[in-house]
Design a protein around this ligand. Structure first.
Ligand SMILES: *Cc1c(COP(=O)(O)O)cnc(C)c1O
Length: 392
């Protein structure tokens, strides 16, 4: 007979998400912005791996005005779980899904007049709210031509089925020290706005980097993604942040086995690691299927506040670390985050992988349960067995 067991909570690996830090980052941004500038909390990709509904809840509590996601599916999923705040879908949706978006009160992004023409007969009495996306130099999605922009404005003005609520663009280089391309894009955006008969109610261009650095690009809303999770948009601009960012993401696993190897004993697939003498080796229940990928071999983790290396190949579900002494199984290792005075930042992992911090939190897979911490207590949002693993 099928039985109903909660799953995902019986392994000693978890990501801890500090919702207080998300709230502080959002509050700091709100303080930086003039009162009439709205804040979109960007919670696409499961809140950059932090948990979409939890991040959305924290951000809204801290003063965010609206949410943004990449796909209609993500917006619908938030609505299904009770989120009532305005949601903007930043990516492309299908015209035949316009009535679904309209029914769920989800705002879509449009950048082709042809899209509106296809959506129109599908709407059948429903009214779709949308923002027009302009391509001012990102080369991804967006209107580039005057004729097309004016045709969109005209069609939206003529048909009750559409409400053109906003207009926006996205910067390609807002996180770089050289601001010349950013200035070009901003100029292009202003020029394109001037083509319109009437500028829509919401005008926004800034991601985190631009929101933090360029007041002249704030218009009347900003889209805060990476910085809401306490991560810097790029290492170059770390020194010019107007407020300290607090990292919300940390990753932990308990050592499940400890053994003493002798000189010549081998570790993991390929038997590529060989003990040089007596060595204590611990096993962690996390591997590449959790997003802790094989390229992280050699990366250090924190055990009792000290850095210890991952040795041998990382397996699908487990990896091994070399300990300075025999520690008790059950001891917590921190792969990302702080232990005592020691810290392994998301940026350190990104540097090791020659990628950006955005990719690191997104790549920790859904197999790793997220545990949510706020106001000094570990809050159980959906985990009946949280008490087992919630405390370090
Ligand atoms: C993801 C995204 C953002 C958020 O950018 P951050 O750099 O994470 O702040 C803003 N706007 C658009 C269009 C996006 O796709």
């Amino acid at each position: 007979m099928a039985m109903d067991y909660p799953t995902g909570f019986y392994r000693d690996t978890w990501a801890e998400i500090n919702l207080d830090h998300i709230k502080e980052n959002v509050k700091s941004m709100k303080k930086l912005l003039p009162g009439d500038v709205k804040l979109f909390a960007v919670v696409k990709a499961n809140g950059y791996g932090h948990g979409d509904i939890q991040a959305a809840g924290a951000a809204l509590e801290a003063g965010a005005d609206c949410l943004a996601v990449a796909f209609l599916d993500e917006a619908l999923s938030l609505r299904q779980r009770g989120i009532e705040a305005p949601i903007l879908v930043l990516g492309a949706s299908r015209p035949e899904d316009a009535p679904l978006a309209a029914s769920a009160d989800i705002t879509l992004t449009v950048f082709q007049v042809n899209w509106l023409e296809k959506a129109l007969p599908c709407l059948q009495g429903k009214r779709l709210t949308f923002h027009v996306k302009l391509d001012t130099g990102m080369g991804r999605i967006g209107v580039r031509e005057k004729d097309e922009l004016l045709a969109i404005e005209k069609l939206a003005g003529r048909e009750d089925a559409f409400e053109l609520q906003g207009i926006y663009t996205h910067f390609a280089t807002a996180d770089e020290l050289d601001d010349s391309y950013f200035r070009e894009q901003l100029g292009r955006f202003r020029e394109m706005l001037s083509w319109l008969g009437k500028v829509p109610e919401m005008v926004h261009t800034s991601n985190s980097a631009a929101s933090l650095r360029f007041p002249e690009a704030r218009f009347n809303a900003v889209r805060m993604g990476i910085s809401m999770y306490g991560l810097t948009p790029s290492p170059e601009i770390e020194h010019e942040l107007p407020f300290p960012l607090k990292e919300a993401f940390s990753l932990h696993a308990r050592i499940v086995h400890v053994k003493k190897l002798q000189k010549g004993d081998k570790v993991s697939y390929g038997a590529t690691y060989e003990a040089e003498g007596d060595e204590w080796i611990g096993t962690l229940p996390i591997g590449y299927a959790d997003g802790w990928i094989r390229r992280l071999q050699g990366q250090e983790v924190l055990v009792n506040g000290s850095r210890v290396p991952i040795v041998g190949r990382i397996c699908m579900d487990q990896c091994m670390i070399r300990l300075p002494y025999g520690v008790e199984p059950g001891t917590a290792a921190t792969l990302i985050g702080a232990q005592g005075d020691s810290m392994i930042s998301v940026n350190e992992i990104a540097a090791k992988l020659e990628t950006i911090n955005y990719e690191v939190t997104c790549m920790i897979s859904s197999r790793v349960p997220r545990v949510y911490k706020q106001e000094e207590k570990t809050v159980d949002l959906n985990n009946p067995l949280l008490g087992k693993q919630g405390k370090l």
